[in-house]
Design a protein around this ligand. Structure first.
Ligand code: ADP
Ligand code: GLC
Length: 482
């Protein structure tokens, strides 16, 4: 049977370009879906780092005037991925990060940058590449949200699914940008992509895609509430029948403690000790008996790391230690550096982004802390499970769906894999940290929990078939109505 053609559209894709979990998912899904009969091509922007990483790219489409910008589409294979890359130097060949300029502010033309990506995707869906025609589009987050609007404009009928990885980012543009973005003025309505007087790329995708998904069942139900829906809860409720929550997996080849080249490999909790010693040394932490906790995270309001700062004395007083790797909000970066200075030997902090170090941290840690205020899915608790670093997580979104709390019943049944606590609640977080220290003091029990965690399925085995079934439903439905 020949595989069916799916075009994924995203602003990030690991291992080429990544700021967060979106990249991991976009990078890992193609391999998972190959086993389900889908051949995925992934369209991403030609950022400077992406262009540098491509070997032998072929130009497959010239676009001399893509929303006023000179561009072309390149095809290349990289890291096992079948890529289409939108090479538009005026939009993507810059210093700074993917979305931010070197001073940390959003690029002023972010709307145009990702609108161009969407327009290119719509053209490809419409048959602009001679030898390639996708049956279906999988759009990721607001950066791909305008694809259905452009397809409608051009008259392309390929079905699309939009995955919302994070409802907090809407991709807003001033309504005065309609012309520049070549969007139909008729779409600027409450039933279209208008959002409180602005153009919302996310809403455009949510209104225009045939199916919506998000990255965990709990987040899917949370999104219908004002607390999590971020002003789009009405759209979510209106499209409830087309929305599903499909849990993320992780790439279990890249994240395999038994073969990981970044660590001293292990396949049982006992093998972590050598990694723990190395990690303590690396972060300047004392050798001592309490649990060694880690945080690997963007430093943003979402992640609740200000709450963890408040709760930190409870962990230290109960004998715990913490190594944190993160970057983002400058105030939080400084607050964490100050915390490390206040607790020498007990708290170590690295500001920055370091993928290899993160592997060493999961390998050495007894626990990974994820005290998020909201978390669509979260991947670091999954890495924690796989590497026997017990997740201590806020009971929200995908965190609630992936960690089995060590209450007395779960402990008795032998199925607990971590600790969950009420989100956004410092005393609850303090209690969770004290519980961690108490569990850790009982070595045989703690190792049992670690073994449970390491056995917990965290790959794509469960979710890849669910995506495949959804894809088949959409393409079959389109065929029937054609
Ligand atoms: P989000 O996408 O909201 O940031 P996720 O938990 O889904 O949260 O994914 C974050 C991804 O980014 C994980 O792969 C995590 O290991 C990685 N990550 C975050 N911050 C850092 C950092 N400072 N250094 C290395 N990896 C990081
Ligand atoms: C977003 C979410 C995170 C999720 C990731 C991948 O960045 O914040 O919870 O795991 O997307 O879907």
């Amino acid at each position: 049977m020949t595989a069916r053609a799916l075009l994924a559209v995203a602003s990030e894709c690991a291992p080429l370009v990544k700021t967060g979990g979106l990249a991991d998912v976009v990078g890992a899904l193609p391999r998972a879906l190959a086993g389900q009969g889908w051949a995925v091509r992934t369209l991403i922007p030609g950022y400077r780092a992406v262009m540098a990483a491509l070997t032998r790219p072929r130009t497959v489409l010239e676009l001399p005037d893509l929303l006023g910008v000179k561009a072309r589409v390149l095809a290349a294979n990289s890291a096992g991925l079948d890529l289409l890359v939108l090479d538009a130097p005026d939009l993507f060949d810059r210093d700074g990060s993917l979305y931010l300029d070197p001073t940390g502010k959003d690029w002023p033309d972010n709307d145009l940058r990702f609108a161009a990506l969407c327009k290119a995707a719509a053209l490809i869906a419409g048959g602009a590449l001679k030898s390639y025609r996708p049956e279906l589009l999988h759009l990721h987050d607001w950066q791909a949200g305008l694809v259905p609007a452009y397809m409608a404009e051009i008259g392309v009928g390929v079905p699309a699914i939009l995955t919302v990885h994070n409802m907090a980012f809407h991709g807003l543009a001033a309504h005065t940008r309609l012309k520049t973005l070549e969007l139909p003025a008729g779409g600027f309505t409450v039933d279209g992509f208008e959002y409180y007087g602005h153009i919302s790329a996310l809403k455009a995708g949510m209104m225009g895609a045939q199916a919506l998904t998000t990255v965990s069942p709990t987040y899917a139900s949370e999104l219908a509430t004002p607390e999590f829906g971020m002003g789009l809860e009405g759209v979510i409720r209106a499209r409830a029948h087309d929305l599903s929550g499909i849990l993320n997996g992780i790439d279990t080849q890249t994240w395999d403690p038994a073969t990981d080249p970044a660590i001293k490999p292990f396949s049982a909790p006992g093998g972590k000790a050598v990694n723990s010693r190395a990690l303590r040394a690396e972060f300047g932490l004392d050798r001592q008996g309490g649990p060694l906790c880690i945080v690997v995270s963007r430093l943003s309001d979402q992640k609740g790391l200000d709450l963890l700062l408040e709760a930190l004395p409870a962990l230290i007083d109960a004998g715990g230690q913490l190594a944190l790797l993160g970057s983002g909000d400058r105030r939080l970066e400084n607050a964490w550096l100050n915390a490390a200075a206040r607790h020498p030997g007990r708290v170590g902090v690295r500001i920055g982004y370091d993928e290899t170090l993160s592997h060493r941290m999961f390998a050495g840690a007894d626990a990974v802390l994820v005290p998020s205020r909201f978390e669509p899915c979260g991947l670091t608790q999954l890495y924690g499970l796989r590497y026997g670093a017990l997740p201590v997580v806020a009971r929200t979104g995908g965190l609630a769906d992936t960690v089995i709390h060590a209450n007395s019943a779960a402990l008795a049944a032998g199925c607990a894999t971590g600790i969950t606590h009420r989100p956004g609640d410092v005393p609850a977080l303090q209690d969770a940290l004290r519980q961690l220290c108490a569990l850790h003091a009982d070595r045989p029990l703690f190792q049992r929990l670690q073994r449970n965690a390491m056995k917990h399925p965290v790959g794509w085995e469960a979710s890849a078939p669910v995506y495949a079934a959804l894809y088949a439903r959409l393409t079959d439905a389109t065929r029937e109505t054609a």
